[in-house]
Design a protein around this ligand. Structure first.
Ligand SMILES: Cc1cc2nc3c(=O)[nH]c(=O)nc-3n(C[C@H](O)[C@H](O)[C@H](O)COP(=O)(O)OP(=O)(O)OC[C@H]3O[C@@H](n4cnc5c(N)ncnc54)[C@H](O)[C@@H]3O)c2cc1C
Length: 307
């Protein structure tokens, strides 16, 4: 960023009381524990501050990216120029008249536990999915027990011009790891979830724990990873294709295709994002050569996928 523009930005952030850091390591915010620094990283603690920061950046032509829990991203080793907005402090959650209202930075574990505490069923599937409400709605995150499209009622977003909209679920175009928000590059501000399915709290908790146990036994959680690397190709299972292409245990540097769950890549320690990306390309090539199937990436190259 140009020096004068950066100074104006910093003066603005100070004036508006928006917490920020310069050359801030993003590694700690990435599930893979890889990647470089954010030139300016902001932590707004209100939606108003996020909106102000966004509007200022837009006016000055500064790139503005949003990061939730970092559970689905591969952060560039050379870092991110411009502003990275981490939503961690946008974490308000409330229950009102059969609805749960959550800001974009609410962790999914909190959302699920909050629903349980209110005796509301339907959120159990999200208990063990890392990340935040914003990241989950962008991806329509889910598993065999449910997905965000099942519980979302309304989603409040901001478009690239800074205009706010409220989308009812029927207009969110939720699909398999897809939404209109992802397609259009909208920023999720907050969401209203349907919280009308009441159930015995003990049953809710026991399902949450069952799902968690099941997942913990399948996933290679002993190493940093960001969940499934690829989307499920129609008619196949990515993990099976990867296994049958002989990719289990395949390595580039310190990134390795997990032996425990072939759909995951793990960081054995000191891997770089480039190691992970090169390994992804290698797996895609081997699977394509053997099965003629193109594995589509679920994980996001941050920020390249937005440039
Ligand atoms: C161990 C493990 C298991 C996982 N299991 C599952 C699973 O079962 N099902 C599943 O679907 N996923 C799973 N994931 C992936 C991940 O948890 C989800 O994709 C989650 O929704 C990511 O949320 P996040 O806040 O961390 O998003 P991030 O990784 O921070 O960001 C992902 C994308 O969303 C964007 N984004 C984040 N917040 C906002 C916002 N407020 N507005 C606009 N854009 C935003 C980012 O710019 C980025 O493009 C798993 C990951 C791990 C590490």
């Amino acid at each position: 960023m140009d020096k004068i523009i950066k100074k104006r930005l910093i003066d603005f952030l100070k004036l508006k009381g928006i917490e920020f850091f310069e050359n801030f390591s993003l590694k700690e915010f990435a599930a893979y524990k890889t990647g470089g620094k954010g030139e300016i990283v902001i932590f707004p603690n209100s939606i108003e501050k996020l909106k102000k920061g966004f509007a200022f950046c837009k006016r000055l032509g500064i790139p503005f990216y949003v990061l939730g829990g970092g559970a689905n991203v591969i952060i560039n080793d050379n870092g991110v120029e411009g502003v990275v907005c981490i939503t961690k402090n946008l974490n308000k959650i409330a229950y009102k008249c059969g609805m749960i209202i959550a800001q974009c930075g609410v962790p999914l574990e909190t959302l699920s536990y909050f629903a349980y505490a209110k005796g509301v069923s339907g959120f159990e599937f999200a208990y063990n999915i890392p990340g935040t409400v914003g990241g989950a709605l962008i991806m329509n995150a889910g598993n065999n027990y449910g997905e965000f499209k099942d519980i979302a009622c309304f989603v409040k977003v901001m478009d690239k011009k800074g205009k706010e909209f409220v989308f009812p679920e029927s207009m969110c175009q939720f699909g398999y790891r897809a939404s209109i928000f992802k397609k259009k590059g909208f920023i999720i501000l907050e969401a209203v979830f349907r919280a009308t399915a009441r159930k015995d709290k003990r049953k809710i908790l026991s399902l949450m724990e069952k799902i968690k146990k099941e997942r913990e036994s399948k996933f290679p959680l002993e190493y940093p990873n960001a969940g499934s690397v690829f989307k499920r190709p129609e008619g196949y299972y990515a993990g099976k294709l990867i296994e049958e292409s002989g990719c289990g245990g395949l390595r580039v540097g310190n990134a390795m295709v997990s032996e425990k769950h072939k759909g995951f890549i793990v960081n054995l320690g000191n891997a770089t994002s480039k190691d992970i990306k090169d390994l992804i390309a290698l797996v895609q090539k081997r699977v394509y050569d053997k099965f003629d199937v193109k594995l589509e990436r679920e994980q996001i190259f941050f920020p390249e996928d937005f440039i």
